[in-house]
Design a protein around this ligand. Structure first.
Ligand code: RP5
Length: 176
């Protein structure tokens, strides 16, 4: 899928800590697979608040079209970044085994006035897919790649169901 790569950075991926990188790297990986140039930064709403506000305030003039922001705990980074920028921000609430759902609730509870598109917990891949859908509205080549991705994804399910119908569920499960 990487034949026509746009080298201008279109999507900023930011996260509160390098401990979020295992999850947030899934967004970068997905964007890379579609040839969407992106940058990855650690920016903490609490420990580097000035960097966060500057990143949001300069994002549009630097050419970014979207920001994907992931954070755990009180997870202020996505909403506060959104408050500093006019471009869309997609939130990824980070959820660990020792966490409750606090990051999700923090992100989903944005009051009216500042839009924040909140993904499922740890939904970094879907954040990238949403970014691709938005960018594809004005990029036919990217739209074609996305159509192909969706068709391949559907085909994988058709193939699995064919196998299930052929074998029956008992044999399918035994061999899985
Ligand atoms: C949040 O607190 C980060 O986004 C991370 O999910 C969590 C833990 O941060 P570290 O203690 O690993 O820096 O700010």
């Amino acid at each position: 899928m990487e034949d026509s790569v746009n080298t201008d950075i279109l999507v900023g991926i930011i996260m509160g800590s390098d401990s979020d990188l295992d999850i947030m790297s899934q967004a970068a990986k997905t964007l890379d697979e579609f040839g969407v140039a992106n940058e990855v930064h650690i920016i903490s709403a609490h420990r580097t608040p000035d960097v966060m506000s500057d990143y949001g305030a300069t994002a549009k003039e630097r050419g970014l079209k979207l920001i994907i922001a992931g954070a755990g705990g009180s997870a202020h980074l996505p909403g506060m970044t959104a408050s500093h920028t006019p471009i869309p921000v997609i939130a990824v609430p980070i959820k660990r085994e020792n966490h409750g759902h606090e990051a999700f609730w923090s992100n989903i509870k944005m009051p009216p006035g500042i839009a924040l598109a909140t993904m499922p917990e740890n939904g970094a891949k879907n954040a990238a897919l949403l970014a691709i859908e938005i960018l594809a509205l004005n990029d036919e080549s990217l739209a074609a790649k996305y159509d192909e991705f969706r068709k391949n994804q559907s085909q994988a399910v058709y193939d699995i169901d064919d196998e299930l119908q052929t074998k029956g569920w008992q044999k399918y499960l035994e061999e899985k």
